[in-house]
Structure formats: structure tokens, C-alpha cells
Design a binder for this molecule. Structure first.
Ligand code: GLC
Length: 717
């Protein structure tokens, strides 16, 4: 039950000056003051294009001080900070806000806690492959416990951008290509971050992002345009955000991109009509970094003042570090260019979240003692290991895995021996040294192994070879789109040299996006997708390799055959000429029609058999039942997937849409009946007038262990 603070908010607004109101809308990112005479952004660019080395950059950063603009804070010009990450600084700044400003309004501290704080769990794309909402909520909970101990009040997560183009680097930050999974994933994360009482010291407000359709950036190029029908937007990109709002998210971050020519940051249709009027959202919105000012660059506003006016009138409440609001809103409100009502509405939204977090009564929610005691608890590490084990996908296994104890492993590839790379993108508080690499785990567990670096000849006395290939963490995440998502030649070459040993070879993938791995799929007998698995990487991988844990994860994103296949996804339409053998069909001349691995794919060390699919039409929906048997010789967990197709409709419909799933443990030989109840509203769609319709007609229902190999049943409603 959410408390109501409207009386307190109104009373406070009455006391506030225009300057103090605008101050509440300013999120300050601590600027760096140091021994360099260029801006921080320019410094980052210098590293990026190699003008300075990473070591030089680190050295400069170590001598830099953070400037928190305390004088502006004392003057009531700052309402929030981003990028603050320690309890001491948080409490010092909070003390200034509460005791040295005229009204003592507490600060709100935001931070990117995307997949863990210090205990880094697998990247979201990896964890989504667990198909386990309870796990998603649990890892969010420990992230909140750590981060709030570090002074964080609000996280810029979950990211629920549906993405079907693996060239886009930020696919790593979300739950993949499916609408239903992204919706369930996002809601679970909101609940985990926020807990059941926002005033508790370990509750962290969730800021769902990036609203909206950022994952549909043209050509998979970050920040690029998004242009699509309202039907597609409401059917495929908005539902995860609605699910997060319904789950109680207290903040929403508009995306950098435009939708059909209107940047999300200044879109009244998106930020007010949809978010507030249709979904009844009453939290706060906060721009992405510098996004208000960048609306001038977009070409929607002639100057920063115009951008600020458009943004706040559209329903954007807080300015993340662009200073557009702080530079222009006092004057615009004073001279009436922006109404006091609009300004008060934005301030009220921000104050509401601060009241809900209990910051007025308890502005100091953490301490250095709590912070010290909170990090990297053994229970957190074991949950991180569980999450990694449930995220690792067995893509291929031609009788190589699980490995028998005592075998000598020949391990090659720098990614097997690099702790820092195990954190993946957006692990900004993490210390890579907290991670366990595969080599670390082999040493700690007394595994018989040889590490083969690029200067070492391949030892001939190994029983099996493991090639760690894929991507370093900076190849995914923000501003990390890639036009080519194939493995680099040197990694293919390493695999070839290992295959020449005529011993079993395992390709161990570390990556933040689907990769185009047709050669690997064809020539390497075993392939494990480990993603960037977090602090317990090496231990989780060894547990999978030696069968202590039977892999159960399933892909939540399609693995293309080639970069040129992107975007590629299972829930595609049929077209009038579905790709096939004859020439005049929808396909490529130079690439197979199908992906290398489809959505929902993932193997186990056992096998599962499906039988007796039954579909019964009932009052509220269809009831689906199917028998699933563990037909192998060891226990396993199967993720049973249920898809539907609307055969004929007023608009063409996807050939499959996930409508439900169930994750079930089965002992060897055990059989269970799985029942899905698919309400009719789940199989509706938007007609050309944007009416949501559920029609009678012919449907096909599919159930299986992936999106391709399914039992199916046609029926009429
Ligand atoms: C970045 C990202 C956003 C993040 C924000 C704050 O540009 O787009 O996801 O939360 O800035 O770091």
C-alpha cells in the first residue's frame, strides 16, 4: 500500500521559491577536476581513439578529484546526484542539503545498478536465459541491499528495451527479443529492487528505461532513429514498460532516440498521454544523460531553452546533467514562458519519490559501517554463482560434456584468464579483482589444466581443449554497436589449431550479444554460451563443465548466421513468399534462411520428450496441457515454452508468439503434465484504428523446448 504525501507536497511547494523548485529538477553528475586540461568526455574520447593509453587514463583518473558543486547545493540548486558511489560522500552531501539549505529538502542519489553493485551477477541478457522470475527478483534484491548500503536511493534499471538486432551493443543490458519475457523480467526486477516498503533502508527505487523502443534503433546503430507503426509499438515495445509501471516502478527514463521524428525526451504523447494518462504513472521521469540539451542536436529545438521548455511541458521532470533546466527554467517560469503549474507538476513528482523513500524522515539511510559490512557477502556470491549456472546456455554437445573428473584441460584464450572481463558492461562499481576467472577456479579447485597463451605451443598431453572466445566487455553496452558480429579471425584460427589435435574441443563463449558463429557451430563439437557471467564466472563454468550442475538455460535472443541477417527474430511474420527453396521467396542469396541457434534453444545433459498436447477452449481462454518426460539418464530442468499463432487476422500476425512458459525439474525417467492457461486477451492485437481486438478464427498452438521443435495443434475460436 503506497502512502499519500500530496498534502506534504503541496505545503512544501507553497514555501519554495522558483529557484528552489528548479533546483529539485537538477541531477548533478560530479565533474572531475584533475591534472588534465581537457573535459572528461574529451578524455574518454582520447582513450577510445588511442591518443592516450588506458594506463595513462587510469593514472589521470586516480589524481582527479570529484567536484560536487557544494556551493550550488547550498544554494538549493541541486536536487539529486548521479554517479555517487560511497556512503561517506553521500552522507556529507546529504548533510549539506538537509542542514545548510533553506528548506532542508533531502537529496536523491541515482546510480546504474544494472546487474549487481559489488556482487556482479550475469549481464541481464545472460540472466534472462534462466527464464526464472524468482531468480531475477532475488538478484535484484541483493543488488539493492549492497547499493543502498553504498548510498544509492534509485537505480537506473531495469532496462527493458526489446531488441532484435544483435549489432546493437545494448542488447546486453536487457532481456532479449521477446515481449512477454522482457515484461516479466522487468516486473521481477522492479519488485526485487524496491522490495515491499520503499521507506526501508535497503529499498531502492527502480527507474525503468529506456522509454521507448530504443532497441529498435535503425541498423542496430546506437542512438539512431526509430520509426514504426503505433501497432508495432504497442504490441512489441511498450508492454515491458507498462509491466514495470504496473509493478510499481517509481521512475521512468525516456530514451535518447526519437520515435517517428519526436525525441522521447520531449514527447508529450509518450511521457504524458501514454505514461501518465493511459498507464496512470505517478512517479518521476528523469532524462537520460544530457538528453535534454541534445534535443537541439536532434533538430527538434532551436536552443537549450526551447528544449527545456519542450521537455518539461512534455512531462520530463528531472534533467540528468545537461543543465538545460538549471540554466533556463528560472527565467522562463518567471517571465511566463513556462507556467508555474507545469513547473510545480514536475517538482511534485520528484518530491513524491523522495517522500516515498522516507528521505524526509530518514535522509541518512546508510553509514560507512553498513557499507563496509554489506558488500560481497558469501550468500551474495553463492546467489551470483547460481544465477551464472542458470544463465549459461549449452548450445551444442556432441558427446563431449560433461567432462569426467581428472581429465587434463588445455585452456586457451585470454578471456579464460581475465577476471575484469567477467563483469560485462555496466558494472561500474565492480572491481574486476572480485571476479573468479576460469583459470582462477581451476587453480582453486585443483583442476589438472594447462593455460595456453598466444606464445605457448599447444601442449599435446591434454585430454580436452577449451577455447575462450567472444568479446571483451567494452564490445557491448552503450555506444558499442558492431557492424560485424562474427568471431575475429584469430579466434577461429585458435579453434582450428585445437581441432587439429584430434582431441575434443569446447568453444566457451564470453560475449554481451548474440554472435554469428556458423563455423563454430559446424566444426566445434561442444559450445557453451557463458556470456559475461559476473563475480562467480569460473566456479559456475567449472560446475557446468564437470556436470555438478546440469545446464538448463535457453536463449532469449536469436543467434544469427551472419551480421547481414540482423535484425532476426522468431516472432516474425510469414510474408506472402516465406523463405524457401524457390527463387522468388523472402531470403538471401548468400546466407541460409535460418539462424544458427533459434530463440528458446538450449541443451541439457539429459533429453526431454514431449507428448499428448491437448488444447481446450474455455470461457476465459484456452487451456493447454502437454506431457514432458525426462528421457535421459540424469536429472534435469526443462523450460517448456508455449507459443501461439493467429492464422488469419485484420493485420498479419507473427508466425509464433510466446504466451507462457514453465520451468520444471525432472528426475531421469520422470514425466509431468504441464498445463498453461492462455487468456484470450493475450492473443489479441491492434487493428488499423488502434482498437485492441481479440477475434474468433483459426489459431495454432505450439509447445516445445525451443521456438522451432514444437508439438502443435490447430483449433478454431
Ligand atoms: C547513459 C545511459 C543510461 C544510464 C545513464 C546514467 O547514457 O544511456 O542507460 O542510466 O547514462 O549513467
Amino acid at each position: 500500500m503506497k502512502n499519500n504525501y500530496e498534502k506534504e507536497i503541496k505545503a512544501l511547494l507553497k514555501k519554495m521559491t522558483i529557484e528552489e523548485k528548479v533546483g529539485q529538477l537538477q541531477q548533478c553528475g560530479p565533474s572531475l577536476v584533475g591534472a588534465f586540461d581537457v573535459s572528461f568526455d574529451e578524455l574518454v574520447n582520447m582513450v577510445f581513439d588511442g591518443r592516450i593509453s588506458k594506463a595513462e587514463f587510469q593514472n589521470m583518473m586516480s589524481s582527479a578529484k570529484q567536484d560536487f558543486h557544494e556551493e550550488d547545493l547550498r544554494a538549493g540548486k541541486i536536487g539529486s546526484y548521479n554517479g555517487l558511489n560511497d556512503a561517506k560522500t553521500a552522507n556529507e552531501l546529504q548533510k549539506i542539503a538537509v542542514t545548510e539549505t533553506r528548506l532542508g529538502i533531502p537529496l536523491l542519489f541515482g546510480y546504474d545498478v544494472i546487474h549487481g553493485y559489488r556482487t556482479v551477477t550475469p549481464i541481464p541478457l545472460a540472466e534472462s536465459c534462466a527464464w526464472e522470475p524468482e531468480l531475477w527478483e532475488r538478484t535484484a534484491r541483493i543488488a539493492a541491499e549492497e547499493a543502498t548500503a553504498g548510498g544509492v536511493h534509485l537505480t537506473f534499471a531495469p532496462m527493458v528495451d526489446v531488441s532484435r538486432d544483435a549489432r546493437w551493443g545494448r542488447v546486453s543490458e536487457g532481456a532479449g527479443e521477446d515481449v512477454l519475457l522482457s515484461s516479466i523480467y522487468g516486473a521481477a526486477k522492479v519488485k526485487g529492487f524496491q522490495g515491499d516498503d520503499l521507506t526501508k533502508e535497503d529499498a531502492m527505487a527502480a527507474c525503468v528505461k529506456h522509454f521507448a523502443a530504443y532497441g529498435a534503433a535503425e541498423a542496430g546503430k546506437d542512438y539512431n532513429r526509430v520509426d514504426m507503426s503505433m501497432q508495432r509499438l504497442f504490441e512489441e515495445y511498450l508492454p515491458p514498460f507498462e509491466a514495470c509501471v504496473k509493478a510499481g516502478a517509481r521512475a521512468v527514463m525516456p530514451a535518447f532516440n526519437d520515435i517517428n521524428g519526436i525525441p522521447c525526451t520531449v514527447s508529450p504523447w509518450l511521457l504524458t498521454d501514454v505514461l501518465r494518462n493511459q498507464w496512470e504513472f505517478d512517479g518521476m521521469t528523469i532524462s537520460d544523460a544530457n538528453a535534454i540539451a541534445e534535443c537541439v542536436t536532434h533538430g527538434i529545438a532551436e536552443n537549450t531553452a526551447a528544449a527545456a521548455k519542450q521537455a518539461i511541458e512534455a512531462g520530463l521532470d528531472m534533467d540528468m546533467t545537461s543543465n538545460a533546466f538549471s540554466d533556463t527554467l528560472v527565467k522562463m517560469t518567471s517571465d511566463g514562458a513556462v507556467s508555474m503549474e507545469v513547473l510545480d507538476r514536475a517538482v511534485a513528482n520528484v518530491l513524491r519519490v523522495k517522500f516515498e523513500l522516507g528521505l524526509f524522515d530518514h535522509p541518512y539511510r546508510t553509514s560507512e559501517e553498513r557499507e563496509k559490512a554489506a558488500m560481497l557477502k558469501p550468500a551474495y556470491r553463492s546467489l551470483a554463482r547460481e544465477a551464472a549456472e542458470k544463465s549459461i546456455v549449452l548450445l551444442k554437445n556432441d558427446a563431449v560434456l560433461p567432462l569426467k573428473p581428472g581429465l587434463k584441460l588445455g585452456i586457451a584464450g585470454e578471456l579464460a584468464n581475465n577476471r575484469g572481463e567477467m563483469t560485462g558492461a555496466w558494472a561500474i562499481k565492480a572491481d574486476g579483482e572480485d571476479c573468479v576467472s576460469l583459470i582462477d577456479a581451476c587453480m582453486a579447485q585443483g583442476i589438472n589444466y594447462a593455460y595456453i597463451d598466444q606464445n605457448t605451443a599447444i601442449p599435446e598431453d591434454c585430454d580436452v581443449y577449451i577455447a575462450a572466445v567472444g568479446e571483451v566487455k567494452n564490445q557491448s553496452g552503450e555506444a558499442a554497436s558492431r557492424a560485424s558480429i562474427e568471431l575475429p579471425a584469430e579466434q577461429i584460427d585458435l579453434l582450428k589449431r585445437l581441432i587439429e589435435t584430434d582431441k575434443p574441443v569446447i568453444a566457451l563463449l564470453f560475449n554481451g550479444r548474440p554472435l554469428a558463429i556458423p563455423w563454430v557451430a559446424e566444426h566445434v563439437p561442444a559450445i557453451i554460451e557463458a556470456w559475461h557471467p559476473g563475480v562467480e564466472a569460473g566456479n559456475a563454468i567449472l560446475n557446468i563443465l564437470f556436470g555438478k550442475v546440469n545446464p538448463s538455460a535457453k536463449l532469449t535472443t536469436t543467434f544469427p548466421y551472419a551480421s547481414g541477417q540482423c535484425p532476426i527474430y522468431y516472432a516474425h511474420i510469414n510474408t506472402g513468399r516465406p523463405g524457401g527453396k524457390s527463387k522468388f521467396t523472402s531470403k538471401y542469396l548468400d546466407t541460409p534462411l535460418v539462424p544458427v541457434y533459434p530463440f528458446g534453444h538450449g541443451l541439457s545433459y539429459t533429453t526431454f520428450a514431449y507428448s499428448e498436447l491437448q488444447v481446450r477452449e474455455e470461457q476465459e481462454g484456452v487451456t493447454v496441457s502437454v506431457k514432458v518426460k525426462n528421457s535421459g539418464d540424469c536429472e534435469g530442468v526443462e523450460i517448456v515454452q508455449c507459443y501461439i499463432r493467429d492464422i488469419v487476422a485484420q493485420r498479419v500476425r507473427p508466425i509464433k508468439q510466446l504466451v507462457d512458459f514453465s520451468k520444471i525439474p525432472l528426475e531421469a525417467g520422470e514425466e509431468k503434465e504441464v498445463v498453461f492457461r492462455v487468456p484470450y486477451h493475450k492473443i489479441g492485437y491492434y487493428d488499423m484504428d488502434m482498437n485492441y481486438v481479440v477475434e474468433e478464427g483459426e489459431f495454432e498452438l505450439f509447445v516445445g523446448g525451443n521456438s522451432v521443435d514444437c508439438l502443435s495443434h490447430r483449433f478454431r475460436l
